[in-house]
Design a protein around this ligand. Structure first.
Ligand code: ADP
Ligand code: GLC
Length: 515
């Protein structure tokens, strides 16, 4: 890459030796986050929320943080004005690739954008067509992202900025770690975060030459995985540190049950795998200021929540029933999320006075089953297939309970949104759900530690029992309100996780290079 005119605004100079911002250095730690989505521009799930909130939280703590994103139309339109950093020319099948620099609309965070119209400028999702099938050139699209990430971090792309740490998120950005490991001259180090091990970025082995990686990586010790190329493995093998989004998930992915075939690779990294619990954006998700809601509230003034509940029932066409336990589910509709358990338990729970408000999209067979469920009792079950951010806020605020019955859950954000909105979570004891929700029992109610309802087995019966426990507690308003207030007081902002990541970056930057 050759740097062109028009680089970044004044940034700390590039460290001459290893890790210019290591321990004892006063210079700000320079961090490049590389990711495929960011809220509010492009979002398919919690990854976008994390990528929007973690970097500015690190900036608030004194780090010099930037973002690198693919140039989808929504990104090019959303982070302007853009100025050119470098002309890359033609690569990865794209005739014209440029690196541009803009800013995030809300935080003002500097954002590098890979402009490659042939690969990124198209209608549809970041990974899939509107019809739901994967883009056939995802290998090229995300190989380019990782390659640019490594070179930008190494100082090859922007004459005025380089990074101490490249922080790659999920398989889409993972190749940055492999390219950085191969880079002959950079002191930059790689941190790789696994948001979801179930999506690995698998491609045919014959596409190997496209990646432009050294041949030594084309083996089971590198990116090869049972005769295929596995992008996720590039992050797991070559990052200096691997993180996951909750401590429990960090332990789980080292086991065959949750390791998605990569548990051996995870175990092989030993202590280089750590779990750091996600935070939530407490500005975007704040019932006291949330403009999407019919009324605003906080833990001392809960009347607004009652109004939100009535408004939600009316908006969706549910019976406006004060006594019902109203359960919301806002979720991708995939086997991960356990919506089949909700469907299987529906007939029984409906006879017991429970109401359901469900919003999601994904698996078409499950979507169809959800639509059918609504037809049986529209006053008790309402389903919205699709993606609607504002309605998600109303569904979380207006419900008594937020259901997250996931089979596995690396972290999960909706249960934390529920806590903040006084909407008690009913969750499976797995991954980040286990780490964020404390089961309500007589003891945890008495000592003010209980915040929700936790169940173990991934069965409709276990889910049903947990919903029944919620319904029983709701019939004791004094206890219910006490639990709500405890849940709302839980601290889940990004300050602490941002600090934890920065401490790990420093340790990585200060460690001697791997042999
Ligand atoms: P995951 O990333 O596995 O989907 P998370 O709980 O981490 O799960 O994050 C999901 C995010 O996506 C949350 O911000 C949630 O509110 C949002 N979300 C999921 N489905 C929808 C939908 N259909 N409409 C609006 N928001 C949704
Ligand atoms: C993934 C996980 C989810 C996590 C999110 C953000 O999509 O499925 O559990 O909260 O990433 O880290």
């Amino acid at each position: 890459m050759s740097a062109a005119a028009g680089g970044a605004p004044a940034a700390a100079g590039r460290g001459s030796a290893k890790g210019g911002a290591g321990a004892g250095s006063a210079a700000a730690m320079r961090v490049l986050h590389v990711a495929a989505e960011v809220f509010p521009l492009v979002k398919t799930g919690g990854l976008a929320d994390v990528v929007a909130a973690l970097p500015p939280a690190q900036g608030d703590q004194g780090a010099d943080v930037r973002l690198l994103l693919p140039g989808y139309p929504a990104v090019l339109d959303g982070v302007g004005p853009l100025r050119p950093v470098v002309d890359v020319g033609s690569c990865f099948g794209a005739l014209r690739v440029r690196l541009l620099l803009g800013r995030m609309p809300s935080s003002g965070l500097p954002v590098y954008v890979v402009e490659a119209p042939y690969l990124y400028r198209r209608a549809g999702g970041p990974y899939q067509r509107v019809e739901g099938d994967e883009w056939p050139d995802n290998l090229q699209r995300f190989a380019l992202l990782g390659w640019v990430g490594a070179h930008l971090a190494a100082g090859d792309a922007d004459a005025q900025w380089s990074a101490d740490i490249v922080h790659a998120h999920d398989w889409h950005a993972a190749l940055a770690c492999a390219h950085l490991a191969d880079h002959p001259a950079t002191p930059a180090r790689a941190v790789f975060t696994v948001h979801n091990l179930a999506y690995q970025g698998l491609f045919p082995m014959h596409d190997w030459p496209t990646l432009q990686l050294a041949t030594r990586h084309m083996s089971p010790a590198g990116l090869e995985y049972h005769g295929q190329l596995n992008f996720m493995k590039a992050g797991l093998r070559y990052a200096d540190l691997v993180t996951t989004v909750s401590p429990s998930y960090a332990g789980e992915i080292a086991t065959p049950e949750f390791g998605c075939g990569l548990d051996g690779v995870i175990r092989g990294r030993g202590p280089a795998v750590v779990g750091i619990l996600n935070g939530i954006d407490t500005v975007v998700w704040d019932p006291a200021t949330d403009q999407a809601l019919a009324a605003r509230y906080d833990s001392r003034r809960l009347e607004g929540k009652r109004e939100c509940r009535r408004a939600l029932q009316a908006e969706l066409g549910l019976d406006v029933d004060e006594g019902a336990l109203l359960v919301s589910v806002v979720s991708r509709v995939t086997p991960q999320k356990g919506l089949d358990l909700v469907l299987a338990a529906l007939p029984v729970l409906l006879t017991e006075g429970v109401q359901f408000a469900i919003q999601g999209s994904g698996d078409s067979a499950l979507e169809a089953a959800l639509r059918m469920a609504q037809q049986t009792q529209p006053g008790r079950v309402q389903v919205r297939i699709g993606y609607d951010e504002a309605r998600a806020h109303r569904m979380i605020a207006g419900a008594d309970v937020i259901g997250v019955p996931s089979r596995f859950e690396p972290c999960g954000l909706t249960q934390m949104y529920g806590l903040r909105y006084g909407t008690l979570p009913v969750v499976r004891r797995v991954g980040g759900l286990r780490d964020t929700v404390t089961d309500l029992t007589p003891r945890t109610l008495a000592d003010d530690s209980g915040t929700g309802f936790v169940f173990d087995a991934a069965t409709p019966q276990a889910w049903t029992e947990a919903v029944r426990r919620a319904q029983a507690l709701k019939h004791v308003p004094e206890d219910w309100h006490r639990a709500m207030r405890i849940a709302m007081a839980r601290e889940h902002g990004w300050q602490q996780p941002a600090r934890a990541y920065l401490a790990h970056y420093r340790a990585v930057a200060d460690a001697p290079p791997a042999a």
